[in-house]
Write a protein that binds this ligand. Structure first.
Ligand code: PEP
Length: 253
């Protein structure tokens, strides 16, 4: 019998929104989830750091989880402007997104740094969402599978298991562009990621670990993507800023 992995729908608000937006988005989703019949999907919201407390408060009792978009690789110390995984856990976060392509590109984050951050996050009791993905140039050069395998191998934390780690495949050319991967392109990479996970973690863990797709997922394409055998959820940017769109995606399984 094929293994059933619980679908995870995660919203990455990025650097968007003020207090009023967070309040209204979180309240809208909390209302929908509290009365939802289908509780078989795990829903996660990742707001900017300063909106974590307000969003957590608004989501209380709704069953929707809260996460962050980054953390430092050290648990504490003299790191001006950074935020520790320990504080995120203390604020009520259950997950942290690490290695998003916007951080790899804008902040020069390397696989090694992402791995260190992930190990610290796990030590703080957080679950990690490790993002990987190729650029358009790499895809055109036929390097897609190799790039994704390599990023995965080097950024996966020691101690990764299906219960504490999620992988997100996010082709850089699909993020915020409206240009979504075709089901064939997505399944191709997800299957290669699954194989790498099995080789690295053993068949059982590799089979059980969730692999999300991210990159212009919308209500109009979510059903098709989420039905693919190795797609276990979505990491959603733009569409997570609308209650209606995000909720429609969460119900598309
Ligand atoms: C993302 O940034 O993780 C993302 C997938 O963005 P979008 O859905 O807007 O492409």
């Amino acid at each position: 019998m094929p293994l059933k992995r619980k679908i995870l729908i995660a919203g990455n608000w990025k650097m968007n929104g003020l207090k009023k937006d967070a309040r209204s988005l979180a309240a809208g989703l909390a209302k929908k989830n509290s009365s939802a019949k289908n509780q078989s999907v795990e829903i996660l919201i990742c707001p900017p750091f300063p909106l974590l407390a307000l969003t957590a408060d608004t989501l209380k009792g709704s069953g929707i989880k809260i996460g962050a978009q980054d953390c430092h690789s050290q648990l504490t110390g003299a790191h001006t402007g950074d935020v520790s995984a320990a504080l995120l856990a203390n604020m009520g976060c259950t997950y942290v997104i690490l290695g998003h392509s916007e951080r790899r590109i804008n902040h020069g984050e390397t696989d090694k740094q992402i791995k260190m951050k992930a190990e610290t996050a796990l030590a703080a009791g957080l679950k990690v969402i490790i993002c990987i993905g190729e650029t358009l140039k790499q895809r055109k050069a036929g390097q897609t599978l190799n790039i994704n395998r390599q990023q995965l191998r080097y950024s996966l934390p020691v101690g990764a298991s299906a219960s504490n780690t999620v992988v997100a495949y996010e082709p850089v050319w699909a993020i915020g562009t409206g240009q979504v991967a075709t089901p064939e392109q997505a399944q191709d990479v997800h299957a290669a990621v699954r194989k790498t996970l099995k080789n690295k973690l053993g068949s059982e863990e590799g089979n059980a670990m969730r692999i999300l797709y991210g990159g212009s997922m919308k209500p109009s394409n979510a059903k098709e993507l989420l039905a693919l055998p190795d797609v276990d959820g979505g990491l959603i940017g733009g569409a997570s800023l609308s209650v209606k769109d995000f909720w429609t995606i969460a119900q598309a399984t």
